[in-house]
Write a protein that binds this ligand. Structure first.
Ligand SMILES: [Zn+2]
Length: 281
């Protein structure tokens, strides 16, 4: 499943390719993925202020910005955007291609962004720009951009929380985009047990954890993300961060830090948690 780093990479790839181009056409091979595709609004964009201004990420959503509307894409489990240069009639649709957005690419040329999603847990929404804050009202801080004041606020939330630390940092209402892999890895880096109750964490350790989350996500982005199942970037390249995992998927191996503990896998809140049984407290 694409997590924050993978989505961030897709956003950067897409920005390089389509920023400033005009949305001229759409093609729907299928009317719905997880939810119906908002074809009518997309048509309004095509017929109105159709220049793509920017693409950014909020949590694990890809936000494609036009003057009046935003197209919001979530990749779910298996969603991916790829590109086709040239006319769509020259493109052979792949199995599970659902939607294509056609942009003007210089004079008389076309560039298509194609959304493919075998399992269809992903979705595409379109909203008016002024509804952006409401749309993301239930999402917490962005880990890569947190300032000191936000970190303090997050710590105050943790002090009131009876959740285990891993559950706390994976709760999107607190902090967004810390998926299972990155939660395990960051807790390991901060030498904190995933099972420790959030309110019991000392401030110094909490700050270390926030720094570990940031560091881990940034490192993952620089390595092209983690390709665990079928993640590919827009250019269909795999990431390599999975090779740098220290605990995730490393059960029964010796801890690389303390050299005495063993990495253990336990199911926690329905997800696999990997941790060192000696140095994470
Ligand atoms: Zn250890």
């Amino acid at each position: 499943m694409p997590e924050l780093p993978e989505v961030e990479i897709v956003v950067r790839n897409l920005n390089d390719i389509v920023i400033g181009k005009k949305l001229k056409a759409t093609k729907l091979w299928r009317k719905d993925v997880r939810f119906p595709i908002p074809d009518k609004i997309i048509q309004k964009i095509v017929n109105g202020e159709n220049k793509l201004l920017n693409i950014h990420r909020r949590a694990k959503f890809i936000v494609i910005e036009f003057a009046d509307y935003l197209i919001i894409s979530h990749l779910g489990m298996t969603g991916a955007w790829s590109t086709h240069k040239g006319q769509l009639s020259q493109y052979t649709p792949k199995k599970h291609d659902h939607l294509a957005l056609g942009f003007e690419d210089g004079k008389d040329k076309e560039l298509w962004l194609i959304y493919n999603d075998p399992r269809r847990f992903g979705f595409v929404h379109a909203i008016r720009k002024q509804d952006l804050a409401t749309y993301f009202a239930n999402y917490g801080f962005e880990p890569l951009e947190m300032n000191d004041q936000q970190i303090e606020e997050l710590y105050q939330q943790a002090k009131k929380s009876k959740s285990p630390l891993k559950t706390f940092i994976m709760n999107q209402k607190n902090i967004v985009g810390v998926g299972n892999i990155y939660a395990c890895e960051a807790l390991f880096l901060a030498e904190l047990s995933p099972f420790k109750i959030a309110s019991k964490v000392k401030k110094e350790s909490f700050l270390k954890l926030v720094q570990a989350i940031k560091k881990n996500l940034k490192q993952a982005i620089s390595k092209g993300g983690s390709s665990i199942k079928n993640y590919r970037n827009v250019n269909e390249e795999e990431g390599s961060f999975q090779k740098s995992h220290l605990v995730y998927g490393k059960e029964k191996t010796k801890c690389t830090r303390c050299k005495t503990g063993i990495i253990v896998r336990k199911v926690q809140a329905g997800r696999s948690t990997f941790f060192c049984n000696a140095c994470q407290r």
